[in-house]
Design a binder for this molecule. Structure first.
Ligand SMILES: [Ca+2]
Ligand SMILES: [Ca+2]
Length: 255
């Protein structure tokens, strides 16, 4: 009998000490990044600025999430400047539209064929260039026939903005000079240095264009924490009892 009793005492002591080490089971496991390192809360200093200019408008997805929409669909031409919390690889997907009548492909009350253009620069050095992929979705007036204007379109591919979308059949975006696009003054008030205007092969006739580009690592070479799994991580410091407000209720956490 003596051996099992001694064993039980040791087992009990072992259980007590492991509970003590773990704070009686209340301590949370440390937040880990997928690489095994700890992840802290992201700060605004972890974000990068995205400057985007489209003639005439765009929607921008990053890693499958809608992150920016052009707030002015026609004129004046405007720059959208937003904060991004980057993670890599970063799949950028853009739908850009020239302000064209969907039935004629023409602008300004069907008086003008019009032209287009898209450019962006991110604070990590990501820029638009001929390395991007492009696919035209709608174009016209066919044969530049403005007397009998007609438009041709193909369906927008399902999940064109998804990370795992196969864009291998898409062609390369074509670069255009500032002179060819003729951006308005607001463009020069923002940082687009090193970025090129892009569109599909015909900047006048192609009216709806999709772009995709994958940024494997930060172009500026700066190491950045990966915050992608943030909502699934247990915080490093579990919330303490929040202070009561005047009504006696708990103040909600502000994040
Ligand atoms: Ca716009
Ligand atoms: Ca235009």
């Amino acid at each position: 009998m003596e051996l099992p009793v001694r064993f039980l005492i040791f087992a009990f002591l072992g259980l007590i000490s492991s509970l003590a080490l773990s704070g009686f089971g209340w301590a949370q496991p440390p937040a880990k990044s997928p690489q095994g390192g700890k992840v802290r809360k992201p700060q605004m200093s972890d974000t990068i600025k995205a400057n985007i200019y489209a003639d005439n408008n765009f929607v921008l997805y990053i890693n499958g999430e809608l992150v920016a929409v052009d707030s002015i669909s026609f004129i004046p031409h405007n720059v959208i400047s937003v904060d991004l919390l980057p993670s890599y690889p970063m799949t950028i997907a853009v739908m850009a539209k020239d302000n064209a009548d969907p039935k004629t492909g023409m602008e300004y009350a069907n008086t003008n064929i019009g032209d287009a253009g898209f450019i962006l620069k991110f604070g990590d050095g990501t820029v638009t260039s001929g390395k991007w992929k492009a696919k035209k979705i709608s174009w016209g007036p066919l044969d530049r026939d403005t007397k009998n204007p007609r438009v041709e379109s193909v369906p927008v591919p399902v999940n064109w903005m998804a990370v795992d979308f196969d864009d291998s059949s898409w062609g390369a975006a074509k670069e255009y000079s500032n002179e060819e696009v003729g951006p308005k003054q607001t463009f020069f008030d923002f940082d687009f240095e090193g970025a090129k205007f892009i569109w599909s092969d015909d900047i006048a006739l192609d009216n709806i264009v999709l772009f995709r580009h994958v940024v494997r690592t930060p172009p500026d070479g700066k190491e950045r924490p990966d915050f992608t799994n943030l909502t699934n991580l247990v915080p490093d410091n579990p919330p303490r009892n929040p202070p009561r407000n005047q009504e006696g209720g708990r103040k909600p956490r502000n994040d």
